[in-house]
Design a protein around this ligand. Structure first.
Ligand SMILES: *[C@@H]1O[C@H](CO)[C@@H](O)[C@H](O)[C@H]1NC(C)=O
Ligand SMILES: *[C@@H]1O[C@H](CO)[C@@H](O)[C@H](O)[C@H]1NC(C)=O
Ligand SMILES: *[C@@H]1O[C@H](CO)[C@@H](O)[C@H](O)[C@H]1NC(C)=O
Ligand SMILES: *[C@@H]1O[C@H](CO)[C@@H](O)[C@H](O)[C@H]1NC(C)=O
Ligand SMILES: *[C@@H]1O[C@H](CO)[C@@H](O)[C@H](O)[C@H]1NC(C)=O
Ligand SMILES: *[C@@H]1O[C@H](CO)[C@@H](O)[C@H](O)[C@H]1NC(C)=O
Ligand SMILES: *[C@@H]1O[C@H](CO)[C@@H](O)[C@H](O)[C@H]1NC(C)=O
Ligand SMILES: *[C@@H]1O[C@H](CO)[C@@H](O)[C@H](O)[C@H]1NC(C)=O
Length: 747
């Protein structure tokens, strides 16, 4: 306990000390202007209107943000901050860098110069400026006005052996020319050239470059060998080049290494991907493709993901997708496909998901695929579905046929695997007990927004043991509450533990008086006859019980109060009795003490020798009879007296224990003090008895006079007298020292 307290205290000390220490550090001037993290490693001076670096930035800083200020020349003593890892100086007015700008910044990894006023590469000192920053990984030069990315005579060559990412978005670069501008960046991995008015990407030579971003440029043309000098290129994003086409490839390969190609929002008419034989993911959405020929992707056997959505594809052939043996995801939505040859998907043995939404398909047809599990044919104007439409799809789990024109589901539509059937927003008006008879795995069925009127029956799903989700809302249910089937079906759909739909989604649409009510609202009193009466009854009962309970409570409280009062009175009486007893005892004790004093019996405990014979002769004679006298001097008395004393104190102790009441405690204290007094008095008397001997030697007459006084005077007077008597006496050990010396009273 104590140990933990001490620990806590120590901890507190340490913490407060740390805080004080921190506070001291916070008095750094820079932290008045900027916001500093508590350990001073992160200093944010952005948006402060600064024209230069604030003074006194701790050398501990690893992340310094001085973006969006008015700095127009590179802060020359940044080199103090040799721990800097990230420097954001974007949004300022820099237009040149001294050769040694980054000296000493060996830890720097991220340098952001975007949104500055650089216009020429030469003003950067590109050959030298990055060399000291030997850990630099990311350099952001976007939103400057370089106009070109050139390398003429090596003077504009950016040199950094460590740089991995160079960002040149929005730099008004319209051409890349000269010997490869990337040749000084021997570790370059990522080059971003988005939003530049680039017409061509050429002259890019880098054995290491993996990712190239040229979105939203003005590329229109990729030449046969454009990527030939980028042997590591894996990721190419060239979306939003509105004039760009894929080059016609005849035998020649554009990029052996490319795995990811995004050429969405361009001007592609023909998805000639055969130049990219290792492609894994191709996004060609929002282009101008009108048709797909046979064997269109035959050389893309590694392709796994193909997005051809938002084109104008009107037709495809049965063997269009031949050779796409790895393809898992095919998106053909938002096209103009009216007919899909049955065996089209059979060519893709790994195909798992196909999106055909928003096409002109008018029937589900008889698609075939051994692997397809998720099929989206929503919003397609489909009006016909055959009972065997899914039979060629032995892996189908989920089919989305929402937003079509289906008005009829054939009996016994069959699939051994189908789990989720989405028929939302069609025109279906009836099903029966055999409609889903052949869908043994059906788990979720949605028919939101159809035209069902007559309430279904539980028997419709007799052979769908896994059904746990039914979405039935937004239909035109005709509620006939007296129909047992309705209640039965309501229970089937909404009751736990097999609840399939929220009851508030089940809304009646007819008869006229029930429009807009939930099934339960509409039928509550018919399904629960007598409920109304019962509820009134139960209310009355409730009130009666409440009243009864309340009065019972009051009675109990009253009784408790009464008994407590009685008990309190009893305690009070007992207390008074005890006090009385104690007083009695005290009175007796006092009387006895008085008698003793009167009899002048020396207490045997005062180990004082009895008076000698001569002394005894000079003593006054006893003339009063004294009953306590026969007790004195015997060991028995001593014991008894001691016992009585302890007993009385024990009684008092008992009293305190019993009561615990402050007032009683007071009583006891007074009792105790009086007891003390009596004890003291007794002691005094004893002493008096012994001292008396000395005194008698001195003035025998005085003693006699006092004795006669004693009888008439009351207690206090006695005490006074005794005090007077004792005054001249010294304590026993000093009995023979200076007797006139005043001594402390025993009282
Ligand atoms: C920059 O240098 C000036 C003097 O040349 C000095 O007062 C200031 O503290 C320095 N700033 C930093 C951040 O070291
Ligand atoms: C610097 O501050 C700006 C504005 O507060 C913020 O947008 C930017 O992300 C910060 N830079 C870094 C590297 O945290
Ligand atoms: C350069 O960094 C070292 C520590 O790496 C430091 O001692 C020295 O003062 C710094 N030089 C300058 C000019 O800031
Ligand atoms: C550089 O700063 C700009 C503007 O503050 C920001 O948009 C960009 O993401 C930053 N670059 C890096 C690499 O953090
Ligand atoms: C590539 O597309 C062009 C039209 O842009 C077409 O003439 C050519 O036949 C296609 N090449 C291959 C191999 O598909
Ligand atoms: C595509 O593959 C076929 C053989 O599968 C081959 O003859 C043809 O040259 C390849 N085309 C390209 C452009 O690589
Ligand atoms: C089904 O298709 C509709 C319309 O395209 C879409 O809103 C919904 O999210 C799809 N449902 C599933 C489960 O994919
Ligand atoms: C379906 O209901 C009809 C009557 O409507 C009945 O004759 C038939 O046996 C039921 N079939 C099944 C499989 O429950």
């Amino acid at each position: 306990m104590i140990l933990s307290r001490i620990w806590g205290f120590l901890l507190l000390c340490i913490i407060t000390e740390a805080e004080i220490f921190d506070f001291d550090q916070h008095t750094n001037e820079a932290c008045y202007v900027c916001s500093c993290s508590s350990d001073l490693t992160n200093v944010d001076c952005s948006h402060r209107g600064l024209t230069s670096l604030p003074d006194g930035i701790s050398t501990k800083v690893t992340k310094l943000n001085i973006s969006s200020n008015e700095i127009s020349s590179f802060p020359n003593n940044l080199s103090h901050l040799f721990n800097l890892v990230s420097l954001d100086i974007s949004g300022n007015h820099l237009n040149e860098l001294p050769e040694d700008a980054l000296r000493n910044l060996t830890a720097l990894e991220i340098l952001n110069f975007s949104k500055n006023s650089f216009e020429s590469w030469l003003s950067l000192n590109p050959n030298e400026v990055l060399k000291p920053a030997s850990s630099l990984k990311i350099l952001d030069l976007s939103q400057n006005k370089f106009k070109t990315l050139a390398n003429l005579g090596n003077q504009e060559l950016l040199i950094s052996p460590s740089l991995e990412t160079l960002i040149l978005d929005d730099c008004e670069i319209n051409s890349i020319h000269g010997r490869s501008p990337l040749s000084g960046l021997i570790s370059i991995r990522v080059l971003k050239l988005n939003n530049n008015p680039l017409l061509r990407i050429q002259n890019l030579i880098s054995p290491t470059l993996k990712s190239l971003y040229v979105s939203n440029c003005q590329l229109s043309y990729i030449s046969q060998n454009e990527f030939a000098y980028l042997p590591s290129l894996v990721y190419l994003k060239m979306s939003y080049n509105y004039r760009l086409q894929l080059p016609p490839t005849t035998e020649s390969i554009l990029s052996e290494s490319l795995r990811y190609l995004d050429i969405s929002y361009c001007n592609v008419f023909r998805p000639n991907l055969s130049g990219f034989p290792n492609l894994r993911k191709a996004i060609i959405k929002n282009n101008m493709i009108r048709f797909l020929i046979s064997n269109e992707f035959v050389n893309n056997s590694k392709l796994e993901y193909l997005d051809l959505s938002y084109n104008n594809i009107g037709s495809l052939k049965g063997d269009t997708f031949r050779g796409l043996s790895m393809l898992r995801y095919l998106d053909l939505s938002w096209n103009e496909i009216a007919h899909i040859p049955e065996e089209t998907f059979l060519e893709m043995p790994s195909l798992a998901q196909v999106k055909l939404a928003r096409n002109y398909l008018n029937k589900v047809g008889h698609l075939k695929s051994t692997s397809l599990s998720i099929l989206d044919m929503s919003s397609c104007e489909i009006s016909v579905i055959g009972k065997d439409s899914f039979e060629g799809l032995p892996s189908l789990l989920d089919i989305n046929l929402s937003h079509n024109l289906l008005s009829y589901i054939p009996d016994s539509i069959s699939s051994n695997t189908l789990k989720y059937l989405n028929l939302n927003f069609n025109r279906i008006s009836s099903i029966n007990n055999v409609t889903f008879f052949m869908l043994p795995r059906l788990a979720g069925l949605s028919v939101i927004g159809n035209r069902f009127t007559s309430i279904w029956s539980r028997t419709f799903f007799n052979s769908n043991p896994y059904l746990d989700r039914l979405d039935l809302s937004d239909n035109m249910w005709r509620c006939d509450c007296s129909d047992d089937n309705m209640y039965d079906f309501y229970e089937f759909v909404t009751l736990e533990p097999n609840k399939k739909e929220e009851s508030y989604n089940l809304i009646c649409n007819s008869p006229i008086n029930l429009i807009g009510q939930t099934w339960l609202e509409a039928c509550y009193f018919i399904w629960n006859p007598g409920e109304k009466v019962r509820s009134a009854d139960s209310l009355i009962w409730f009130i009666i019980i409440m009243i009864g309970g309340l009065s019972l409570c009051l009675l109990i409280v009253h009784l408790i109060k009464k008994s407590m009062n009685r008990r309190l009175a009893a305690i009070q009486a007992e207390r008074e009795r005890q006090i009385e007893e104690a007083r009695d005892r005290l009175r007796q004790l006092r009387i006895r003490a008085e008698q003793e004093a009167l009899c002048n019996t020396p207490d045997p405990r005062d180990l004082i020798a009895p008076p000698s014979y001569d002394e005894a002769l000079s003593m006054p004679k006893l003339n009063t009879s004294c009953h306590s006298l026969n007790e004195t001097g015997t060991g028995k008395t001593k014991r008894r007296r001691g016992r009585r004393k302890t007993k009385s104190s024990g009684d008092l102790l008992e009293e305190t224990e019993i009561s615990g009441d402050a007032r009683v405690f007071d009583d006891i204290q007074t009792d105790e003090t009086s007891n003390d007094n009596s004890k003291q008095r007794r002691r005094r008397n004893r002493r008096y008895g012994s001292h008396d001997i000395d005194e008698l030697d001195q003035s025998p007459g005085a003693r006699r006079r006092r004795m006669s006084e004693y009888d008439t005077l009351n207690d206090t007077v006695t005490v006074e007298v005794e005090a007077q008597v004792e005054q001249p006496l010294s304590p026993r050990n000093r009995r023979y020292s200076d007797e006139n010396q005043p001594r402390e009273s025993n009282f």
